[in-house]
Design a protein around this ligand. Structure first.
Ligand code: AHM
Ligand code: MG
Length: 335
C-alpha cells in the first residue's frame, strides 16, 4: 500500500511483510543503502566547488585528503554496509575482487550479498551532469556462517531479490524493486528525507526516444545499424527523438518515465559492449522487467545469462516493450 507523503523509511517498514523471505534483514540493508546514498549525495552536490575546496589528491582545510568522488562513494557504501552488519559480502565495480564480511563468525548470520556500482557515469561529474549509484542484492547460495564464495556473486539476474539505483540529478531519487513493482523516492534535501514520489513506475509500452552512443555507429553490427535507421525514418510516429546522456542511470530513468530504448551494443571494436553484467545490466534489467519493460543482451534475456566472472561485460538493450521487440526483429535478420 502507498500513501501520500510517505517516507522511504515508512514504506520499507510497511512493505516488509510483503517480501517472501521477510525477516527484517532486507529492510535493514535497504536502509543502509538509503543512508549511504544521502552521504554520497551531499558530496556529489559539492563537486562544482572543486576549485574552492580543492581537487582530488589535495589536502583540505581539516588536513584530510580529498578523494575522487567514485573512490569516496565506493568507500562510503562499503563502510556503511559493513558497519551496519547487514550483508555477508560485497562486490563493487571499483574493486578487483569481492569482499567477505564476518562470514566465518557465528555471530554474523547475514544472508545477503550486494553488488554495487558506487558512482556510475562518473566522467560526467566534471561537467555537472547527473550520475548514479546502482545496486543489486542476492541471497547467498553457500551456507550461512561460512565465508562467502565467488559463486554467491555469480548468480543469474533472475535470482536477484532486490535492485535499484540512486540518481543524483536535478533532484536526487532512490528507485528500487524487491520484485513487487518499482517505486521511486525523491530526496527533500532540506530535511534529508526521501519521500515516495513515483509509486508503481512503469515503462510505457511504446516510446519515441532512442538512447545510444551514435559516435560508435560505424562499429555496430548491421542489425543495430538498421534499427537506428528505422528510428530515424519519417513514417508514422517516427522519426524518434535521440537522447543520450552517457549516464546509464539517467538515460534509463528518463526512458522509464517517458518511454524509450537504451542500447549499448557490442561492436567491431568491443566484442562484449561496455556495460558490466553484474553491476549495471542485471539490476537495470530487474527494474525494467518489474516496470513492464524488457532487457536483452542480443538473443538472450539479460537475467538468464549465467555470469562467469565478476567484471563480465555484455551488450545491453533495454526499455519499452514494443521498442525492444522491434529491435529484436532487426537483430534476428542477421543471426
Ligand atoms: P562507467 O561505469 O565507467 O561510469 O561507465 C558506464 C557508463 C554508463 O553510465 C553510460 O551509459 C556509458 O558508460 C557511456 O559510455 P560511452 O561514453 O561509451 O557512451
Ligand atoms: Mg559503471
Amino acid at each position: 500500500m502507498t500513501r501520500k507523503h510517505q517516507t522511504l523509511g515508512e514504506f520499507i517498514i510497511e512493505n516488509q511483510t510483503s517480501f517472501q523471505y521477510s525477516s527484517g534483514e532486507l529492510s535493514k540493508l535497504i536502509n543502509a543503502i538509503r543512508l549511504a546514498a544521502k552521504v554520497v549525495n551531499h558530496e556529489v552536490n559539492k563537486a562544482g566547488l572543486v576549485d574552492v575546496i580543492g581537487a582530488a589528491g589535495d589536502t583540505n582545510i581539516q588536513g584530510e585528503d580529498q578523494q575522487k568522488l567514485d573512490v569516496f562513494a565506493n568507500d562510503k557504501f562499503i563502510s556503511t554496509l559493513t558497519n551496519r552488519d547487514v550483508v555477508c559480502g560485497i562486490a563493487s565495480e571499483e574493486e578487483d575482487s569481492f569482499i567477505s564480511i564476518n562470514s566465518n563468525d557465528e555471530q554474523h548470520q547475514n544472508k545477503y550479498v550486494v553488488l554495487i556500482d558506487p558512482l556510475d557515469g562518473s566522467s560526467n561529474i566534471d561537467v555537472n551532469v547527473s550520475v548514479g549509484t546502482i545496486f543489486s542484492i542476492y541471497r547467498r547460495i553457500t551456507p550461512v556462517g561460512t565465508p562467502v564464495q565467488l559463486e554467491d556473486f555469480l548468480q543469474p539476474g533472475h535470482q536477484q531479490v532486490a535492485a535499484g539505483y540512486v540518481v543524483y540529478g536535478t533532484s536526487t531519487m532512490l528507485v528500487y524493486t524487491t520484485g513487487d513493482g518499482v517505486n521511486g523516492f525523491t530526496l527533500n534535501p532540506a530535511l534529508g528525507t526521501f519521500y515516495l514520489s513515483h509509486p508503481n513506475m512503469q515503462f510505457p509500452e511504446d516510446g519515441k526516444i532512442y538512447s545510444v552512443n551514435e559516435g560508435n555507429y560505424v562499429h555496430f553490427l548491421q542489425g543495430v545499424k538498421d534499427y537506428i535507421k528505422y528510428c530515424q525514418q519519417e513514417e508514422g510516429d517516427r522519426p524518434y527523438t535521440s537522447r543520450y546522456i552517457g549516464s546509464l542511470v539517467s538515460d534509463f530513468h528518463r526512458n522509464m518515465i517517458k518511454g524509450g530504448i537504451y542500447m549499448y551494443p557490442k561492436s567491431s571494436v568491443t566484442e562484449s559492449g561496455k556495460l558490466r553484467l553484474l553491476y549495471e545490466c542485471n539490476p537495470m534489467a530487474f527494474l525494467a522487467e518489474q516496470a513492464n519493460g524488457i532487457a536483452i543482451g542480443g538473443k538472450t534475456r539479460i537475467m538468464d545469462i549465467q555470469p562467469t566472472e565478476l567484471h563480465q561485460r555484455v551488450p545491453f538493450f533495454c526499455g519499452s516493450k514494443n521498442m525492444v521487440k522491434k529491435l529484436q526483429e532487426f537483430l534476428a535478420k542477421y543471426q
